[in-house]
Design a protein around this ligand. Structure first.
Ligand code: SF4
Length: 437
């Protein structure tokens, strides 16, 4: 499907080296400070500037298990590129594009032959294979743990596979990153739901030393608006998931709610709202409006995502809220009432998509004793060992514990939890060996 083809382009070799040579290799690099996973950006750019692609990629991989993903979906403008000393002059190094060049070059050249330690440090079960789960799995494998991932979907990747649209993150890129993690010896159990097929207790009975919950936030928020329960109103994360399933051949076109010629309204103005609006256009919607209760300055979407949405024809209604939804036949709506600065307007729409955030689902905690959550359902974790829940040996990280954030922030948190799990399992094994003697 060409409309879903990746939009941004990578560098060729000459342009990548030229761009890397602009880097000043700063002593106190703002780029590195701006990177949530503390990537050694000046060092790998320096290697790249000298044509040492293998060394450059090795440095990136020391900090990131998902470089091809990060290079495409990270908010570089707010992170590394925003912190680059050259940004003040509007000439920040294009760090994201350089990282993409290296990760694509690596996947084409098939360089990765990492020497991993023997897996005799312990067994860890990871629930969920989104950015947090994949990061934990990669980090723990490198530390000598045997890791098994349990994923409820037919395919691994979580939000990377079924949440972020193809035009921003091609699925062959996600599959290749997952393959790299599998090559590290990580075992995947697909179509396996923890809380249904197995409980946490049953995983411990299988001999796992620690369990990580990285299931994200799958329960969307629903505002109180008259008519909200009509089938023409859909959740953005579910709409994007269904489009992902359709694109990958798992479901048919008529199972995706937005049809050719539909008029679509989206409530919310974060990156998921931009994804929903732009995906609706790709599914044939001819009129797409984003409705947001605040101003453009307050939107949480990245400016680049907003600019692209505008370019593709999305309209924006600021300071506006939907006050009523009038349904029609089947999944068709008739109209919505939108209040803008106190004035009510009737807008004809066929579908309404909600992109106003989501909360953790309760499937795992409701089937497990001793895991406490806050009033909204986020799993409570502690600082020592980092990420452990109120149940011994059970850890949580990423969105399910920290409220929805970006892919790289989920990875940042997961890296700390990997340290916490390591400390915990090492301590338990040490105690066991002391008590034996
Ligand atoms: Fe290079 Fe910019 Fe980082 Fe300085 S801040 S090392 S110029 S990328």
């Amino acid at each position: 499907m060409d409309r879903f083809k990746e939009i941004s382009q990578s560098y060729n070799i000459a342009d990548a080296i030229k761009e890397a040579q602009r880097c000043l290799h700063c002593k106190v690099p703002g780029c590195k400070k701006g990177c949530p996973i503390n990537n050694d950006i000046p060092d790998w750019i320096n290697e790249l500037a000298h044509g040492n692609f293998g060394n450059a990629f090795e440095i990136i991989r020391n900090r990131s298990n998902l470089p091809a993903v990060c290079s495409r979906v990270c908010g570089h403008e707010r992170q590394c590129e925003g912190g680059c000393v050259l940004a003040k002059k509007g000439e920040a190094i294009h760090i994201g594009r350089l990282e993409r060049f290296l990760s694509d070059f690596d996947s084409e050249a098939g360089w990765r032959h990492e020497k991993l330690p023997e897996k005799n440090r312990g067994r860890v079960a990871v629930i969920g294979s989104g950015p947090a789960g994949l990061t934990i799995a990669g980090d723990l494998s490198r530390k000598g743990f045997h890791v098994e991932i349990f994923e409820m979907e037919l395919e691994a990747g979580g939000v990377l596979m079924f949440g972020i649209p193809e035009y921003r993150l091609p699925k062959n890129v996600v599959r290749s990153e997952i393959q790299n993690i599998e090559n590290m010896g990580v075992k995947f159990h697909l179509s396996t739901t923890i809380g249904k097929d197995y409980t946490i207790d049953q995983l411990f009975e299988q001999g796992f030393d620690a369990i990580f919950i990285g299931t994200g936030t799958g329960k969307p928020n629903r505002p109180e608006i008259p008519g909200i329960n009509h089938p023409g109103v859909r959740q953005a994360i579910r709409f994007l998931r269904r489009v992902g399933l359709y694109e990958n051949g798992y479901i048919s076109r008529d199972e995706v709610v937005v049809g050719n010629g539909d008029k679509v309204a989206v409530i919310g103005c974060g990156n998921t709202a931009m994804d929903a609006a732009r995906t609706a256009i790709r599914m044939g919607a001819t009129d797409v409006k984003v409705i947001y209760h605040n101003t453009i300055e307050q939107m949480t979407a990245l400016k680049t995502e907003y600019d692209d949405a505008v370019k593709e024809g999305t309209q924006f209604l600021w300071n506006s809220r939907v006050t009523e939804i009038i349904g029609g036949e089947g999944t068709q709506l008739k109209q919505i009432t939108v209040e803008t600065n106190g004035v009510q307007n009737i807008i004809p729409v066929d579908k309404l998509i909600l992109a106003i955030g989501s909360l953790p689902a309760a499937r795992i905690v409701s089937t497990t004793e001793g895991i406490e959550v806050d009033e909204k359902g986020y799993v409570l974790t502690r600082e020592m060992p980092y990420g452990m829940t109120t149940r011994k040996g059970v850890f949580a990280g990423g969105d399910v514990a920290n409220h929805p954030a970006t892919v790289v922030h989920a990875m940042q948190d997961a890296k700390r939890v990997a340290e916490g799990i390591t400390q915990y399992v090492d301590a338990v094994k040490l105690m066991a060996s002391i008590s034996k003697h």
